[in-house]
Ligand binder design. Structure first.
Ligand code: SME
Length: 173
């Protein structure tokens, strides 16, 4: 009988996923399955907003602000889950505007300390905003997630949300 194969462990303790990263992995797979072959950006954003909102109890408001093609440097609300959101945000206003200007993810542990934060709902205490780029690398939208908990977002949220945003482009796989 041949000797038993000794396979290296595929996961070490340091590589193990956190519970939150695991939820993002599952959510990403669900989103990918639903939007596969769907060319409408609005339908893709709506799917992501719904699945992310359903995946995390701590997400109080989850949705997209789209770059308005008719008004330069202005965002207009897109698909979201949560209480009533502001309709428009200029690039020089709020966390969403700062994310759109810098084209970088912004995590705000306490929104009350962020100069210019827009309180669409006073129940929000922390938020993360992630840029969404189109296939030409141009800013298409931002994904805004708010929580009633302070300091709700960390590097796992950034990695999970950025990975999902990269899959939302039309035709992306
Ligand atoms: N808080 C955001 C505005 C959007 S809402 O909270 C839904 C901001 O400061 O940009």
């Amino acid at each position: 009988m041949p000797p038993a194969l000794m396979l290296p462990a595929t996961t070490t303790k340091s590589q193990a996923m956190t519970p939150k990263a695991q939820i993002y992995k599952t959510a990403a797979a669900q989103i990918a399955a639903v939007i596969d072959g769907e060319p409408s950006a609005i339908a893709r954003y709506a799917t992501a907003a719904c699945i992310l909102s359903e995946s995390f109890d701590s997400f109080f408001w989850t949705g997209f602000y789209l770059v308005d093609t008719y008004k330069p440097r202005e965002l207009v609300v897109g698909p979201y889950q949560g209480t009533l959101g502001c309709l428009r945000i200029a690039f020089d206003r709020g966390v969403c505007g700062a994310c759109a200007t810098r084209e970088q993810t912004i995590i705000v542990p306490d929104v009350h300390t962020f100069d210019g934060h827009i309180a669409c709902d006073s129940a929000t205490n922390s938020e993360i905003v992630v840029p969404v780029f189109d296939s030409d690398g141009k800013l298409a939208a931002v994904l805004d997630v708010d929580s009633t908990q302070f300091d709700n977002f960390d590097a796992d949220d950034q990695a999970g949300l950025e990975a999902i945003c990269k899959t939302l482009l039309i035709g992306a796989r």
